[in-house]
Design a protein around this ligand. Structure first.
Ligand SMILES: CC(C)(COP(=O)(O)OP(=O)(O)OC[C@H]1O[C@@H](n2cnc3c(N)ncnc32)[C@H](O)[C@@H]1OP(=O)(O)O)[C@@H](O)C(=O)NCCC(=O)NCCS
Length: 201
């Protein structure tokens, strides 16, 4: 098992189906057929596209801290990487355009006592609804498990984010708890919603 990265990558490295586990290889083939590949690791040159993604309306709706904390600028990304983040960038192979980001890394939750790893996924609005998120996240999770750590992985999300809940369940996540709460909104008061906690069994 490898230690999770903590710094920017020096160069772009594309995951190749031949060099990964069978689940990731199948997902990479599916993405390749649609004209996409996965870069592993993030370079400093990737940050502007990530900043642009983080201010899209659908990203701000469910992931408001992306544009204020995680991906605000080079320094916030550098700080975020220090938490041990294995970053996967989905890119359109022909243009190099950033289509999405997924990551995994150590994380704990009071709601999931045995959970040791967490992660996230975002698809740029230009590429949502094309069936890319499921194979993208499948490859990221399988590669994490096979090459980095097979500790218990947990995710949390808002119940109203039905597309996200759907793809997580399709990938094998099981809901282990829910909690009524209020989802922050960018401009108005928080909206009633339910936090959903899940594990990849
Ligand atoms: C969540 C997200 C990654 C999904 O990406 P996407 O490109 O829309 O996903 P895909 O096209 O690969 O698949 C979406 C699946 O969810 C289903 N879906 C979409 N909206 C849905 C809804 N409201 N209810 C139920 N299912 C829904 C689709 O039918 C599709 O199902 P299928 O693969 O079985 O046909 C993307 O919408 C996104 O980045 N959202 C903003 C950031 C975010 O919310 N991240 C997750 C935080 S927890």
């Amino acid at each position: 098992m490898k230690p999770f990265p903590t710094v920017f990558s020096d160069s772009e490295s594309v995951l190749q189906p031949k060099s990964v586990d069978p689940v990731s290889a199948e997902a990479l083939q599916a993405l390749g057929g649609k004209g996409f590949h996965i870069q592993i690791g993030i370079t400093q040159a990737d940050v502007p596209a990530l900043q642009a993604l983080s201010v899209q309306e659908s990203i701000i709706k469910y992931c408001p801290r992306d544009c204020t904390e995680r991906f605000k600028d080079q320094e916030t990304v550098r700080e975020w990487l220090r938490k041990e983040r294995l970053v996967f960038l989905l890119k359109e192979a022909g243009t190099g355009e950033l289509a999405g980001i997924a990551w995994t890394g150590p994380g704990t939750s009071p709601h999931i006592p045995d959970g040791k790893l967490t992660g996230g996924v975002r698809l740029s609005e230009h590429f949502q609804g094309l069936g890319l998120a499921t194979p993208f996240l499948a490859a990221a999770l399988a590669h994490t498990k096979h090459a980095y750590s097979s500790e218990l992985l947990w995710f949390e999300c808002w119940q109203s984010n039905a597309g996200a809940v759907h793809i997580y369940q399709k990938l094998g996540f099981q809901i282990v708890g829910t909690e009524p709460g209020a989802r922050p909104t960018p401009t108005g008061p928080p909206e009633p919603d339910t936090r959903v906690y899940m594990i990849l069994a």
